[in-house]
Design a protein around this ligand. Structure first.
Ligand code: FPP
Length: 246
């Protein structure tokens, strides 16, 4: 393998075009201040704007954030409804600013369990920002990686039954077309805040070759400076995608 080939497979020095973030630690951040957990979620929501704004200068074209998982319904009724209200208010408050900053917003996850008022706001924001291309922000809401793959398999099975696709045509290229993320590139880097080193059902298929960064900072303390430091470190990594770099 020549030097040219090894550059192609290593990606060294290249920034992560797609960063996915598991925003964890809001509850502990609030509890450390003697406040209710929702106080931490509100502080966490404020951080989202700063991180989205930092993306263009850092060369991050795609940012995908985990806002609510399929498992998060197990939290108390008060926390779940507080979060749902926060998402609605967030969209209402931030829509214009996101639009004006050239952010294209998408939502992934199963909308079936979400309140119809929230789903309407999500649809409107997606439509309103659909021509934007500066940063692609994807918000995972009622999202679970296994649930996504199961939903994809169901739709795929349906298409097979209808004869739209043959069983022998189901492969690594065709299956992802049925995932919620079908228009997005795979994440290059997945960051999780708050010191937990697990991926909690986030982008399971898509992150097969992602780099991971687990940091102790709680999400409401995650600043654009910390983000820039992580992006900078990523450029020093050698990605081999299963091959051997020379
Ligand atoms: C995890 O912290 C965080 C969540 C389950 C919710 C994430 C939501 C936000 C950051 C707020 C808003 C986002 C948008 C897009 C408006 P945790 O509650 O698990 O914290 P803990 O582990 O300390 O308890």
């Amino acid at each position: 393998m020549g030097a040219q080939d090894s550059r192609e497979i290593s990606d060294q020095g290249k920034g992560p075009g797609h960063v996915a973030i598991i925003m964890d630690g809001n509850g502990r951040w609030a509890q450390a201040r003697g406040k209710p957990r929702l106080f931490g979620h509100h502080a966490g929501a404020k951080r989202v704007r700063e991180i989205v704004e930092a993306c263009p200068d850092l060369g991050v074209k795609y940012l995908t954030i985990f806002a609510f998982s399929t498992e998060n319904w197990k939290r108390t009724q008060a926390e779940v409804s507080g979060l749902m209200l926060l998402f609605r208010r967030y969209i209402q408050k931030e829509a214009r600013d996101l639009f004006e900053r050239g952010v294209r917003v998408r939502f992934i996850g199963d909308r079936i369990k979400l309140d119809s008022k929230l789903v309407d706001l999500m649809d409107e924001l997606e439509l309103m920002t659909s021509e934007n291309d500066r940063v692609h922000l994807t918000i995972a809401l009622n999202y679970g990686g296994r649930d996504e793959v199961a939903r994809a398999a169901r739709r795929l099975a349906h298409d097979v039954a209808l004869g739209h696709i043959l069983p022998q045509e189901v492969n690594e290229e065709t299956l992802p077309k049925y995932l919620d993320t079908y228009v997005l590139p795979d994440p290059d880097l997945v960051i999780r805040t708050s010191g937990e080193a697990r991926i909690s059902n986030f982008l399971l298929w898509q992150s097969a070759y992602a780099e991971y960064e687990f940091i102790d900072t709680l999400w409401p303390d995650f600043s654009s400076e910390i983000f820039a430091g992580i992006i900078n470190n990523f450029g020093k990594r050698t990605r081999r995608f299963g091959a051997v770099a020379i």
